[in-house]
Write a protein that binds this ligand. Structure first.
Ligand SMILES: [Zn+2]
Ligand SMILES: [Zn+2]
Length: 297
């Protein structure tokens, strides 16, 4: 199967990285999407995949950088001839989120206007996603693919639960951490993965700065932690993603993000620092993600 990282950034607008979204493309042509942050729909177009051909979307958590392309993705799929409904698997709160978006929700006027054409009425189901809320355990399983979720440690569970995924298909295992600090859940999911796609948002210097500033969650994984975790899990290969703007030279980020990022430390050299810190403990195949990175598993 092929894995394509559509977006590899974190929560802020970053000119060089879209928000989190990962495409899984099976040999038999089936497409699955993990998370749907900003840019996901346009990135699919760039790699010659019709958003309407994604049969299921799996959401790790409801932070905006993992879901905010959802209305664009669903309405685009409708306009690009999706047949039937998109299936969305998400944590508790996903039904409420999706229920407020489409008919009777935020995009009601748009849908009413477009649905006045018979061609749009013909596949109106495309703008009525089916939502299943999942917890720990098997999220989806058929003869081609099995997706298992386990809770990870990112934002307080009573506000919004967060999960990682273990995906088994074509006799391979791909694990996606979602957003998390190091925790037992992701350690279990990652065990002996053929490919571990793990968030790696900030170095410890950035995390310490955020703890002091009191702005934003610091429940993320540093490259030093990712190296330890990947080695302990015997991960056969690793992609570090969800890069927290640490490598950006964007002037707006540098001017305006000072409350929660140590902007004086930011720059492309941080990617070398990520590699150095991961390599202290993990010696297997390693990639630092960039948008549209494509890997055969
Ligand atoms: Zn995130
Ligand atoms: Zn998050």
């Amino acid at each position: 199967m092929r894995v394509i990282l559509l977006g590899t950034g974190a929560a802020l607008p970053d000119p060089d990285r879209c928000h989190t979204s990962i495409l899984i493309k099976l040999e038999n042509g089936r497409h699955f999407l993990l998370d749907c942050g900003h840019g996901a729909t346009r990135q699919l177009m760039k790699i010659d995949v019709n958003p309407a051909d994604i049969e299921s979307l799996f959401l790790t958590h409801l932070h905006h950088d993992h879901v905010c392309d959802l209305p664009f993705f669903v309405i685009s799929g409708w306009m690009l001839s999706r047949a039937g409904s998109l299936q969305i698997y998400g944590p508790a709160g996903t039904k409420q989120l999706v229920g407020h978006l489409f008919e009777g929700g935020a995009f009601d006027a748009d849908i009413k206007a477009r649905a006045s054409y018979p061609a749009r009425q013909a596949n109106i189901e495309a703008v009525r996603p089916l939502v299943s809320e999942y917890g720990d355990g098997i999220v989806f399983r058929d003869s081609d693919i099995k997706v298992t979720a386990e809770a990870v440690d990112h934002i307080p569970r009573d506000i919004s639960p967060c999960f990682g995924f273990r995906i088994e298909a074509e006799n391979k295992v791909i694990v996606f951490s979602g957003d998390t600090r190091p925790c037992e859940g992701i350690a279990r999911l990652a065990s002996k993965a053929d490919l571990l796609i793990h968030e790696c948002t900030f170095t410890n210097d950035f995390i310490e700065h955020r703890k002091k500033s009191g702005v934003g969650t610091f429940a993320h994984t540093s490259p030093a932690d990712l190296g330890r975790l990947a080695a302990a899990a015997n991960a056969r290969s690793v992609i570090a993603t969800h890069i927290g703007h640490v490598d950006s030279v964007n002037p707006v980020l540098k001017r305006a993000a000072g409350k929660h990022l140590p902007v004086e430390l930011m720059g492309p050299h941080q990617i070398d620092e990520f590699v150095r810190q991961i390599r202290c403990t993990y010696s297997g195949p390693l990639r630092i993600a960039h948008d549209l990175m494509s890997v055969e598993v």
